[in-house]
Design a protein around this ligand. Sequence first.
Ligand code: GRF
Length: 237
Amino acid sequence: MSAQRKRTVVLISGRGSNMTALIAAASDPAFPAEIVGVISDKADAAGLGVAKARGIATQVISRAGHGSKQAHDAAIDAALAAFNAEIVALAGYMRILTPGFVQKWQGRMINIHPALLPAFKGLDTHARALAAGIRIHGCTVHFVTPEMDDGPIIAQAAVPVMVGDNADTLAARVLKAEHQLYPLALGLVAEGKARMAAGRTVLAHFADDADNATSVVMAPDPLREEADLEHLARITP
Ligand code: GRF
């Protein structure tokens, strides 16, 4: 496995808890991706310290240091080339990437979004979910395409909206699911079990569990134990 592990660079802007989950998963030599670098557009991103402490190479590439969005993304692209990156994982990277950059990495760049897409694209997803009164919320990992939060869905995890939730309690519940889902989705992409073709995600090669492949993918074990669908049905009014 180790010879084929996909070289993955994580792009962050802040806290980096999803980055940390990816690094933790990839610390297992059997995981199909290795995290070879972390790039931040913010010098004060808390995630940089976490990555360094785990021995991961970090780089700050700030927008201010570049004359245009294109020049900024070109610098990121050059850094990715220097890392020999094969996969890019956006993890709380708070900038819209330019179409040329996105097209270059299409099918090899993934993002995590804190809502069940295509609902609640954009920011403040938890407050908007509460305002809409939905009872099931969650998170999505998708391939990145030029339009924001619009690319083909790779995997999703659902959590209940509880009576009495506020945006913070709901965000915390979703974040826990994010930390399960993102390593699962990165693993699928790195293994070639999820790939992008003709604008869609193709899930394939689940030879070890051909009959139940999709349901296994969509319900990572730790999440299923905590909140299986039957349980969700009972606790959501
Ligand atoms: C996460 O909720 C992620 O889904 C969203 O931004 C947040 C980043 O959090 N894109 P962290 O930096 O991974 O802790």
